[in-house]
Design a protein around this ligand. Structure first.
Ligand code: F6R
Length: 606
């Protein structure tokens, strides 16, 4: 989603801004812009499309000065256009903004009554004009007045036409960091975008205002009191964003999954038992909890649903799984013995972040399962277990989902162990099987890819697809349907197979394909019966089943067989298969696989 860049120093400002924006491209955006202050005013360049277009457009522009801001915009208020792209400028100010100003209509009326007019449709234009209105030569006075009038969430980077040596930043909501370096400083909504230049940074908190100059940075609270900020040091390296010979990031990331699981094994298994001590999650800590609440959005929540199944089975603890967007507004019932687990690849999803803050404010214990180091959610939770997946560029989450499942699987075993529900030999056996998983994931990639590609060709011929499953297979069906629809735009729904005859069966025709997941022994006969209900109504069925299962001959045709693991581990193989199915379906319809329409990688607004 939207990205903010800022630079003050002696290098070519435009080049540094472009380089920073390129680092944030994978998050998804539809327009880009930058502004530099110097030579008697503010000079801005904006384009619809890619940062490379901004690079081209700005190459011959006169952009004097040592100080600038840049932005990639993912349209929320107002369609993608140069008028709506950031920075929004007046003769006095330039503004880049992440977030949403909820009272922008009211502000526009106020500004119109004071002689301002509006060119575009964005909420940010109101911020720029409000700053212009209040600016009389003292940036801090104007910023304080504006901060008091804005409602919503906002991370702002600002230039004033006559303050040619400073970037100003103001934050309430979205992430904003200040990268610190000798003789130059940076502003960014993502620490990873400046790691090439520095590992030292401040985190701007809500209601703080920063003045960033090349030799020093000052931060003030809402009362204007200067703060002494703690310097953070990033102890990780920025990942290389490169397809490494793969045609798409999505396929590359699916093929990285065996290594991701290995990373998690190396980090979180000691002496044959899951161990989260390195993350501060000790046995004593885990023993305190009698219930678990898992919170996340989209794929992360679907991982949480699988986690619930495992935790309830292995640890016999009750688990709720709640959408972060609902959790934050439903006044959740949380007890002192509840552990809230927040799952997020990006660590920046606005709803999950708000949920983490709510949990913290209530004094309830929380653990984040997060991929991106240095992200906001990491700062709001008690402990973080990192998913070790490396940067995920494709918008559709693949390796991060497998990583989330891996952490949840090990966590469920650990909870079972500390609660006396899992004997040592059983936990050793499950861990050993998990240690073998990377090789089996590799085997599926090696041996099944061609078959999956063929099935994908068939999928895109149908108007709609139903994914059916029972138990763990149903939870995988949810993720499979999400993945397929988001990247291939094929209408796909997931149902618990037993629910079919309570309504959805009315949609079964020969224009609809059913993909049935059959990997759970305990409910195999039940789902086979459900599939009979489909074939009896001319519905077409393809099976994904576990090797060794007895499947009726008529259903086995054109079906896909997966290596046999214990039922609890089958979700990993099903997930990988359904990811490839989505990938090849998207390729079959020539969709923009890595950047599906309307989607962003990191959803930093509600
Ligand atoms: C789907 C997908 C999304 C994300 C969701 C949460 O492929 O990627 O559904 O899972 O937006 O994002 P994070 O995990 O970054 O909080």
């Amino acid at each position: 989603m939207c990205g903010i860049a800022g630079y003050v120093g002696s290098r070519v400002v435009r080049d540094i801004l472009i380089a920073q924006l390129k680092k944030m491209e994978y998050r998804g955006y539809d327009s880009a812009g930058l502004a530099v202050v110097g030579g008697g005013g503010i000079h801005a360049v904006k384009v619809v499309g890619h940062v490379s277009a901004l690079e081209q457009e700005s190459i011959n522009q006169w952009l004097p000065g040592n100080c600038g801001i840049g932005h990639t915009r993912w349209a929320t208020n107002g369609r993608p256009s140069t008028k709506n792209a950031h920075p929004h400028t007046t003769s006095k100010v330039a503004v880049v903004h992440n977030g949403i100003i909820e009272n922008s209509d009211e502000l526009k009326v106020f500004l119109e009554s004071n002689g301002y007019s509006f060119e575009g449709e964005t909420d940010t234009e109101a911020v720029a004009k409000l700053l212009d209105f209040y600016y009389d030569g003292d940036p801090m006075i104007a910023l304080n007045k504006v901060a008091k009038r804005l409602k919503g969430s906002f991370a702002l980077g600002i230039l004033f036409f006559d303050a040619t040596d400073a970037i100003y930043a103001l934050k309430k909501g979205g992430p904003l960091i200040i990268g610190l370096c000798a003789g130059e400083n940076f502003l960014s909504s993502d620490i990873n975008a400046v790691l090439e230049y520095t590992t030292r940074y401040y985190v701007l908190e809500d209601d703080e205002i920063a003045i960033i100059k090349k030799d020093h940075v000052e931060v003030f609270d809402a009362q204007g009191v200067q703060l002494s900020k703690t310097e953070n040091v990033a102890d990780w390296k920025a990942d290389l964003i490169d397809k490494q010979g793969f045609s798409h990031f999505m396929r590359k990331e699916i093929f990285e999954q065996p290594q991701v699981v290995t990373n998690i094994i190396l980090e979180n298994i000691r002496d044959g038992i899951p161990d989260f001590e390195a993350a501060g999650v000790s046995d004593e800590y885990l023993k305190r909890f009698k219930r678990i609440c898992i919170v996340g959005c989209g794929t992360a929540r679907y991982a949480g649903l699988v986690g619930k199944n495992w935790i309830e089975h292995f640890a016999r603890l009750p688990v709720d799984v709640v959408m972060a967007s609902e959790f934050r507004y439903q006044n959740p019932v949380l007890f002192a013995d509840t552990l809230v687990v927040l799952i997020s690849q990006s660590g920046e999803t606005a709803d999950t972040l708000a949920a983490a803050r709510l949990v913290k404010d209530r004094g309830i214990s929380s653990v984040g399962i997060v991929n991106v180091k240095g992200s906001n959610i990491c700062r709001e939770v008690e402990h973080v277990i990192f998913t070790q997946a490396g940067v995920e560029v494709a918008v559709a989450s693949t390796k991060a989902y497998i990583a989330q499942l891996s952490v949840l699987f090990l966590l469920s075993l650990k909870l079972g162990f500390v609660n006396g529900q899992l004997a040592q030999d059983r936990i050793h056996s499950l861990c050993n099987q998990f240690i073998d998983l990377p090789e089996i994931l590799r085997q599926v990639l090696r041996e099944k890819e061609a078959e999956i590609q063929k099935l994908a060709q068939a999928c895109v011929e149908y108007e709609s697809i139903f994914f059916l499953g029972r138990g763990l297979d149903y939870l995988l069906a949810l993720e499979g349907a999400l993945k397929l629809k988001e990247v291939s735009y094929v209408n796909a729904q997931a149902y618990a197979a037993g629910e079919l005859k309570h309504g959805p069966i009315s949609l079964i025709t020969d224009r609809l394909l059913v993909i049935a997941l059959v990997t759970q022994e305990a409910v195999k006969e039940k789902i086979i019966n459900n599939l009979r209900e489909v074939t009896a109504r001319c519905g077409k069925v393809r099976l994904l089943f576990k090797a060794g299962m007895q499947i009726p001959a008529d259903l086995i045709e054109q079906s896909l067989q997966l290596p046999a693991l214990e039922d609890f581990l089958m979700p990993f193989l099903v997930a990988e298969t359904l990811q490839l199915l989505a990938y090849y379906s998207a390729c079959a319809v020539n969709a923009n696989v890595d950047k599906p329409r309307n989607l962003a990688k990191s959803v930093t607004v509600e």
